[in-house]
Design a protein around this ligand. Structure first.
Ligand code: KG4
Ligand code: ZN
Length: 424
């Protein structure tokens, strides 16, 4: 039996996307038509413009995806299912993709899978990540990418997903396909917006040719800081544990306002009405420190809570544009290492107890049931960052999620509607 082939369509925001993906984790084609040039001069996404652009572009995008996939003699008949973003997103934009997908599925007499956009972001890592335990046969000569990935999707359930981009700031537990717990989302700006606005506030030069936009420029700029602590006493760590706020929420508006306040103060006190570069670098570093610490505190709290409830998390998936940030990644790795313990060192009962406070160092995840003298397997929470291209909105993740859902029998009738507001 050959692997399944899915066509995925995504039109929830400002990118028109189609892709063809197989159940054995191969991306046969992906096409994305961006609308940045339409929305940028307007200072933000204009739903009506986005809707018209999707209507104009989607047929060509789908045709290109089918042609590029080289499906063979039977062409489009090889497609086993059609997956499409049903929500959340801009209502009219979602409608364009959903109607196209429904019509294609009905015409081909194939199942339709309506996909939750955030579920797709959460499951992307299972398409692209290699199981570290999988041994491939090097004797067979050159291994293909597919052999390197291994036959089974990885990471295994349950895992944590931290989605940090221009559009989303979300921390969730992925228990299995179709079963999620949203632990935290933002009450105001997304973290990407906070990086972008701060970069603008600090007049940080854009780095041409470098991916990642203003956030990446800010990260680079902050590296030049000689005194990263200079403004720390004036910058809040949002929802900080230090302030005894244990709520699982993200917030960046207050931090952003604090940056503006400092800039204004500095401008007032400077004769040239401009902050010098050295101070701007220090402020960029301070902002970055606080924003990342905020994320880290919530992830650390989530890991401790999962641990406390006996939920053995396999991995932390960091997805979205801000996941490119090297400081963020390395801090998250440090946190996850606290949940790593060596096979040869039995863990004492006292140490286990300490672990439940969320503060301790080496703690076995399934500690309560283990006897102290047993040799324990190595337990690691792995930090996984899918390739940046697949962290932004794309149809590959929709096709893959369609495949995961279809294989569990989760298909939808041809008369489903869009769900613009759709909690996970
Ligand atoms: O996921 P993404 O590429 O696209 C959308 O959200 O549409 O995320 C873009 C966001 C932007 O706000 C950008 O400034 C930010 O990710 N970003 C970064 C870095 N690279 C990209 N933020 C912090 N550090 C970075 N290295
Ligand atoms: Zn998205």
């Amino acid at each position: 039996q050959r692997p399944l082939i899915a066509l995925g369509i995504e039109t929830s925001c400002d990118d028109t996307c189609a892709a063809i993906v197989t159940s054995d984790r191969r991306i046969l084609s992906e096409v994305l038509r961006t609308q940045h040039h339409l929305h940028e001069p307007m200072g933000g996404i204009v739903p009506k413009l986005a809707h018209h652009a999707h209507m104009r572009n989607l047929p060509e995008v789908v045709r290109e995806a089918i042609n590029k996939a080289n499906l063979g003699e039977r062409g489009i008949q090889e497609i086993d299912l059609v997956a499409v973003t049903r929500g959340p997103g801009l209502a009219h934009c979602l409608g364009v993709g959903l109607n196209a997908a429904k019509t294609l599925a009905a015409a081909l007499n194939r199942p339709l899978v309506g996909v939750h956009h955030m579920e797709a972001h959460a499951l992307t890592a299972r398409l692209t990540t290699r199981d570290p335990k999988f041994k491939y046969d090097t004797q067979q000569g050159e291994s293909s990418d597919l052999e390197l990935l291994g036959p089974d999707p990885y990471p295994s359930f349950p895992f944590l997903t931290l989605l940090v981009s221009g559009g989303h700031t979300l921390l969730l537990i992925t228990h299995s396909v179709d079963r999620y717990t949203t632990l935290a989302s933002t009450v105001d700006d997304s973290i990407g917006e906070a990086f972008d606005k701060t970069a603008r506030e600090l007049d940080i030069p854009w780095l041409p040719g470098r991916a990642g936009g203003p956030g990446a420029s800010l990260e680079e700029f902050a590296k030049g800081s000689k005194c990263p602590d200079r403004y720390l006493d004036q910058l809040p760590i949002p929802m900080s544990l230090r302030m005894n706020k244990r709520e699982m929420k993200f917030s960046f508006a207050g931090l952003k306002s604090a940056v503006t306040r400092i800039v204004n103060q500095e401008k007032k006190s400077s004769p040239v009405a401009m902050m010098d570069e050295e101070k701007r670098k220090d402020l960029a570093a301070g902002f970055q420190h606080c924003a990342i610490t905020h994320l880290c505190q919530k992830v650390e709290q989530a890991l401790a809570d999962c641990h406390k409830n006996g939920l053995q998390i396999s991995s932390l998936v960091i997805s979205g544009g801000v996941g490119r940030n090297a400081t963020l990644r390395s801090k998250m790795e440090q946190i996850c290492q606290k949940y790593d313990y060596a096979a040869s060192s039995p863990v004492k009962e006292s140490k286990v107890k300490k672990g439940f406070s969320g503060e301790a160092t080496a703690v076995p995840l399934n500690s309560p049931s283990l006897s102290v003298d047993t040799m324990k397997p190595r337990q690691t929470i792995q930090v996984i960052c899918p390739p940046p291209k697949l962290c932004t909105d794309n149809a590959v993740m929709i096709a893959w999620t369609g495949l995961e859902r279809y294989q569990l029998g989760l298909v939808d009738p041809y008369d489903i509607d869009i769900v613009p507001k759709w909690p996970l």
